[in-house]
Design a protein. Sequence first.
Length: 530
Amino acid sequence: MRTLIMATIAGLLGAGAFAAAAQALPASQIPDELPYIWVQYNNPDESGGAQKRIARVVLEDGAKCPTISENGTPVPMQPRVLTPSQDNGMFQVTVCTATLHASSAAHVTITDNIGTTTHTLPTLPDTANTVVVVGDTGCRVSSWATQDCDDATPTDPRAGWPLEKVADQITAENPDVIIHMGDYHYREAKPCPPSDQGTCGDTWDSWKADWFNPARPVLDVAPWVLLRGNHENCARAWRGFKLFFSVAPVAGSPGDLPGSSGCSELTLSYAVALHKDITLAVIDTASQRETLTQSGVDYCPAWAKGVDTLLKDAMADPVTNWLTLHHPVYKWTTKYPITPGQEACPGKAFMGQNFIQGAINDNAAAGMAAPSMIFSGHAHMWQWNRPLDGNLPLQMVVGHGGTKLDSASDFDLRGNQYIGNTATSAVFPGTKAGAAAQAKAGLASGTTGWTNMDIIFVYQVLKRLQAPGGSPSAVWRIDMRDINHTLLRVCTSQSDPKAAAAVANSAGFPAQAQELQDKGCYVVAEGGGN
């Protein structure tokens, strides 16, 4: 549908005019596909301590919010409106919200000029057996780079803007939970053409074009965990994130800066029950490396205390705790090193990922195990980082859901775009256990982990397997698939031989898979993944 619309626009403008317009993409000419309906996880601390879900609906401007039927009881949805100090006058839609129990039977009936439709709302699963992770999805339209936003269904998994195709593939996975690592909004070119002010910046038209229309097939398929990325920080598209996705009330809350009615540079972290034995920590690093206002600096200790509490909780049962944050915790490029830090905000600079790495380092040095997995985005590629120190969690960077891909030169990889099984130095600062592991593996001094990387459009699927004999918990098989559903890599959440055997013996494991040296990841030969 969207391709047809854009082709029509191209015909009306003429080839030369469309080439110029594509840099700003006339999002205001793309029709709404109302209603947009989704369910997301809530912050249990703000909903009475019990895990609940938030139902959200976007309707035409001026529409009345509908009522949800929850176990046969009516629950009126409330309008969610930006305050006068937040509103830029560019969000001409009605947003409605309601908080529901985690697994109640609920549906919402919407009447518009087309007719009346009833939508069943997803529940939060007690047992999540399939988890999809995706990140960095918008189409890059900026002063320094422009993506082909009109190529919505490319066959080449390195070209175009394939978010529509990614959404279709995720829907086909029938997930129990979907985690978005942040960065939904990339149409930020400034200044916008005078005739198309709604195209760029923090506006409904740009959010509609960058996220809601292409992601519409998958919005109500499963509940979402929606992280905030740096593209939704206070210098960028914070209004849209606050209006649509924030778990906090719009006009300030315990998760915002005290007394804030505008943009909050920092919001408190929280943990959700992703699975009956998996706790997921959701950490806001949107302002990473930004200079904070004084109120942000004053609030930083509360942010750091919340993160420290989450990490200490994770230490008590590390196998069943995962961390999610937009920015990678480990070094993911030689150009942009991440060094451990003791202060989250030295001076006025917010260094959240450095603080988290420092806290995990300290735990490891004290002999305590960290959370089993970290999920991040931000870098526009896929990366698997497994430190050799068994006390340190593996990290997956999943930042390739549609945004213009990074290039190999961005990572100082000397033109090697596909890094199969490359030892990389200083993935994580060394510990005594890490040094012993690297010596045993015969690796050079300073090599503290393995990095496997692909610069390609993909999404990631985690499937829960039965725990093998002697294993302390379930094993998660982690598949990386491209936009054509081709299986490229298969990894496991644990590196011990029993976990690897469980993955290798799982249904659909490709015969052409070749085990990598880290004993936790397999690469699939070309044409060998289905």
